[in-house]
Design a binder for this molecule. Structure first.
Ligand code: GDP
Ligand code: MG
Length: 225
C-alpha cells in the first residue's frame, strides 16, 4: 500500500516508496549515494539489477518517515526498466543531466512511463536537473519552466558538490506527506546528518520492501538493522 502509516511502535510512523528514473549517466545513483551515505564516486557507479536504499528522516521531534528509494541500476540503458518498480510508488524523481540535452528531451519519455505504469494517481512527481557544477547546456530556467508548466516541482542539484540533495529529498517527503497524510505538519521534515544512518540495500522489491525490513528505535527514530 502506498503512503503507508505504520502503527507498530517499533517502526517509523510513515514509509514512502520513492523511485528515481532518467537516462543513464545523469547521476541517479550518485544522488542516491549522496543522500544515503554522503559520498560521491567519480566513476560510473552502475550495478546490475535494481536496488533499494533507505533513510529515515524526522518529521518534527516525535515522528519519522522512512524513504525507501529505488534505483534502476543500469536497466535504463535500453529503457527496459522493470514496470514493477513503479508499483505503489509514492513519488517519482525524473532526473536529467543539465549538460546533456538528450537526457532533458527524454524526461518526457520517463514521465510517460510513470503515467502508464504507476497505479497511484496521487504519485508525486519531481523533475531534477543534476550536475549543476558542470557546464550547463540546458539552463536551469528551461528546466524549471518545463517542470512548473507540468505542475511539478523542480530542483537543480549537484551530487558531486552536495548541492540541493537534502533539499530535494526533504521536498519529496513533504510533497508525499501532504498528499497522503495532510493532517501532519510536513513543514517539520528535517533532513540532517544526525539522523542519517547506514543506508541499507536490498534487491528489487516492487512493493518497496518497507514491510519486510527489521527496525529498531534509535534516538526516537527508527533505523534499519
Ligand atoms: P546514473 O547512470 O544515472 O545512475 O548515473 P551515475 O550516478 O552512475 O553517474 C554517472 C556519471 O556522472 C559518474 O561518472 C558520476 O560520477 C557523474 N556524476 C553524477 N552526478 C554528478 C554531478 O552532480 N556532477 C558531476 N560533475 N558529475 C556527476
Ligand atoms: Mg545508476
Amino acid at each position: 500500500m502506498s503512503g503507508n502509516s505504520n502503527n507498530n511502535n517499533n517502526e517509523c510512523d510513515f514509509t514512502f516508496k520513492v523511485v528515481i528514473v532518467g537516462d543513464q549517466t545523469v547521476g541517479k545513483t550518485s544522488l542516491l549515494l549522496r543522500f544515503i551515505d554522503n559520498v560521491f564516486i567519480a566513476e560510473n557507479v552502475t550495478t546490475n539489477g535494481a536496488n533499494m536504499k533507505s533513510r529515515v528522516v524526522a518529521v518534527g521531534k516525535k515522528k519519522s518517515v522512512q524513504l525507501n528509494i529505488m534505483d534502476t541500476c543500469g536497466q535504463e540503458l535500453f529503457r527496459t526498466v522493470s514496470r514493477s518498480i513503479y508499483h505503489n510508488a509514492d513519488a517519482v524523481i525524473v532526473v536529467y543531466d543539465q549538460g546533456n540535452e538528450k537526457s532533458f528531451n527524454n524526461v518526457q519519455f520517463w514521465l510517460r512511463e510513470v503515467d502508464h505504469y504507476s497505479n497511484n494517481p496521487r504519485c508525486h512527481k519531481i523533475i531534477v536537473g543534476n550536475k549543476t557544477d558542470s557546464k550547463l547546456v540546458v539552463t536551469t530556467d528551461t528546466g524549471r519552466a518545463y517542470a512548473t508548466g507540468l505542475g511539478f516541482q523542480f530542483f537543480d542539484t549537484s551530487a558531486k558538490e552536495n548541492s540541493n540533495v537534502d533539499t530535494l529529498f526533504t521536498a519529496v517527503a513533504q510533497g508525499v506527506g501532504q498528499k497522503v497524510h495532510p493532517t501532519e505538519d510536513w513543514n517539520k521534515v528535517r533532513v540532517s546528518r544526525a539522523d542519517s544512518r547506514e543506508g541499507s540495500s536490498s534487491g528489487l522489491n516492487s512493493s518497496g520492501g518497507a514491510q519486510s525490513a527489521n527496525r529498531k528505535k534509535t534516538s526516537g527514530l527508527c533505523a534499519l538493522v
